[in-house]
Design a protein. Sequence first.
Lengths: 114, 113
Amino acid sequence: DTGVSQDPRHKITKRGQNVTFRCDPISEHNRLYWYRQTLGQGPEFLTYFQNEAQLEKSRLLSDRFSAERPKGSFSTLEIQRTEQGDSAMYLCASSLIRKNEKLFFGSGTQLSVL
Amino acid sequence: KQEVTQIPAALSVPEGENLVLNCSFTDSAIYNLQWFRQDPGKGLTSLLLIQSSQREQTSGRLNASLDKSSGRSTLYIAASQPGDSATYLCAVRRETSGSRLTFGEGTQLTVNP
């Protein structure tokens, strides 16, 4: 069990640029989640996948955000035309579908938009 | 809309003290509640998960209780240690919101040697 892996750990970009983050879930996990966390706040749900299907998206996920999970394995989160308000920690989590579903989080990608 | 509140926002205690962290939620129609630990700049580590039909869960020095009808949960930490210093977050999964978790803002705990 190598845990949930996120890349990169840190990303600094200029306003208006596009950024892409990657998440590799625990290998047998069929659900994958993206959350966003700002300083001093709890994580906010963005979207989740069951296998390759994107089943739910938050209203926080504007049309500048897109997430994919091809083949039900790793996932990418892309932010187009970044804004300073996008600065946050982007967290990925994975889980197995079961009654006592527990989420396992990665260490996150810290995005700073200058 | 489900709202989750954690009190206190920050807590500082001497080593060895027993302590209680509180979590409340506005909609009692939850499927389960989960407590997490987060170290600075890191992801979240799951500590305990309580199903809506359960009253409590224990793991080592940690005990979490759930009173679904009153919309409250507590995390009890016995014999606190400096290594327990972290932010503790509770999150609820509603019965009707699919699979998303709604988080509180967390309690930042400092255990002083």
